[in-house]
Design a protein around this ligand. Structure first.
Ligand code: PLP
Length: 417
């Protein structure tokens, strides 16, 4: 059978291939701009799915990766090691709070979450505790597209709901924003005490679940309850890690040290596929044994890819040498000044700003195709979803480009809300 697919042979993400308009062809990137094959240049409002924190083509990352490419693009990580990975692990351990010191490298955010779930499960197995097969996750959360990661995403969330029968069944609670929700979380943890292996949370903002922010106190409550019930807390900082919320890691704002922390996206400044799952010493200790079967049973082929590790080290250099966190805070101020007045537009349900994240929520989901076209017509690359239009620009964005993004969002919201 042959199907007429104007888009050719590529099967694109989250896309109804039959109906979707052909995608725009990008031919080059630079700074906060994406150049298209038809000559247009778009201001990127979302930093390529929240990754390109230093903007595109930063010469320090490009130069470091080019050197590494000439020396050793890849080598397997089973039985071998290399300086880019050793250095990266040492630097991450030094940057992360507390004794988050044990770094497992993989190649995507979803896999970092899978590894975290397996770490928690095997930690209990290695301790000789059986039956702890579930994870407590929060409604509205998003942790990735692989099977384990999908199982801890919001259970009602459309994208993954149809796979429900294939996924491990988990326990879901609301984030504890009120005394009643705190009591409900406490009760759920107590009720499932013997079957839970871990609690997983996105610190300070549920990203793909709707850019829903929560104050640090809510995160501190989650951490406190997980601890009280003797459960490891997995902090999924795949979106928030590396400055997005105004601090290097979102957990810092709540003063907590999770037991396992996941990073990806901006780890390489958005240049290469790399992820890390980092464990505290108490978790790692459960794997420290004479028994070969107690080893962590995971090992992606491209884990610790030297090019990606070199890119990550170069990205960390930039956090040391360039003022990313103050840039994030300046973006927060400008986003707040530019987006918060949209509260007054009829049809706007909410406006949220946290660090370099600004989101406007419509009272009624607009026609996404119309919304996307209206944004494109204003020369910006912004990808609304559901009832949300949001900005997560590069932390290096200049005031003029940021204002262009804000004006574009304000314009389409005023027009279409
Ligand atoms: N966790 C969070 C919080 C995310 O935002 C994402 C992606 O958006 C993921 C996990 C999955 O990462 P990836 O798309 O690299 O698999």
């Amino acid at each position: 059978m042959t199907l007429a697919t104007p888009a050719g042979h590529l099967w694109r993400p989250y896309t109804q291939m039959r109906r979707a308009a052909p995608p725009l062809e990008a031919v080059a990137t630079h700074g906060t701009r994406i150049r298209l094959a038809d000559g247009r240049e778009l201001v990127d409002g979302i930093a390529s799915w929240w990754t390109a924190v230093h903007g595109y083509n930063h010469p320090h990352i490009a130069g470091t990766v080019a050197e590494q490419l000439a020396r050793m693009p890849h080598v397997m990580f089973g039985g071998l090691t290399h300086a880019p990975a050793e250095t990266l692990a040492r630097r991450l351990a030094a940057l992360l709070p507390g004794d988050l010191d044990h770094v497992f490298l993989s190649d995507s955010g979803s896999v970092a979450v899978e590894v975290a779930l397996k770490m928690a499960a095997q930690m209990w197995i290695n301790r000789g505790v059986s039956g702890r097969t579930k994870v407590l996750a929060f409604r509205g959360g998003y942790h990735g597209d692989t099977m384990g990661a999908m199982s801890v995403c919001d259970p009602e969330e459309g994208m993954h709901r149809r796979f429900g029968a294939y996924l491990p069944s988990q326990i879901f609670c609301d984030l504890p924003r009120s005394a009643a929700e705190t009591a409900a979380l406490d009760a759920a943890l107590a009720a499932h005490r013997d079957t839970l292996a871990a609690v997983i949370v996105e610190p300070l903002v549920q990203g793909a679940g709707g850019m829903r922010t929560h104050p640090p106190e809510v995160l501190a409550t989650v951490a406190g309850l997980a601890r009280r019930h003797g459960l490891p807390l997995i902090a999924d900082e795949i979106f928030t890690g590396f400055g997005r919320t105004g601090t290097l890691f979102a957990c810092e704002q709540a003063g907590i040290v999770p037991d396992i922390l996941c990073l990806s996206k901006a780890l390489t400044g958005g240049t290469m596929a790399l992820a890390a799952t980092i464990a505290r010493t108490e978790v790692f200790a459960a794997f420290w044994s004479e028994d070969p079967a107690a080893a962590l049973m995971h090992g992606p082929t491209f884990m610790a890819n030297p090019l990606a590790c070199a890119a990550a080290n170069a990205s960390l250099d930039l956090f040391e040498t360039e003022p990313r966190l103050s840039q994030a805070r300046a973006i927060a101020e400008r986003l707040a000044a530019g987006l918060e007045p949209l509260w007054r537009v009829p049809g706007v349900a909410d406006v949220r700003v946290l660090g370099a994240i600004g989101a406007v929520q419509f009272a009624r989901a607009p026609d996404l195709a119309v919304l996307k076209a209206a944004l494109l017509a204003r020369g910006v690359w912004v990808r609304p979803f559901g009832d949300i239009v949001y900005l997560t620009p590069a932390l290096t964005i200049d005031a003029a480009d940021l204002d262009r993004l804000i004006e574009a969002v304000a314009g389409v919201v005023t027009e279409l809300a």
